[in-house]
Design a protein around this ligand. Structure first.
Ligand code: SF4
Length: 74
């Protein structure tokens, strides 16, 4: 499968790279509700553990989705 390039403008994220490219190996994009419900440490590694509870999270518009992998750069 081809590698996906994620373009992102969230410059203060730990994974943000020059040219607005995300340098994370993988990211978790989910609904705003799931993003708000689970603590910051919940990310791609924990997805299989919460998937049954979370299920699928359809969104009606882009404003209802978020990047759960975001981590503020220290
Ligand atoms: S992890 Fe998410 S917020 Fe951070 S650079 Fe990548 S896409 Fe942007």
């Amino acid at each position: 499968m081809d590698q996906v390039t994620v373009r992102c403008t969230v410059e203060n994220c730990h994974y943000w790279g020059r040219g607005n490219v995300c340098d994370a190996r993988e990211i978790l994009v989910t609904s705003d509700q799931v993003g708000a419900k689970y603590p910051d440490h919940v990310d791609t590694q924990q997805l299989s553990a919460i998937l049954e509870e979370v299920g699928e999270t359809p969104a009606g518009k882009c404003e209802e989705t978020c990047c759960k992998t975001f981590r503020a750069r220290s």
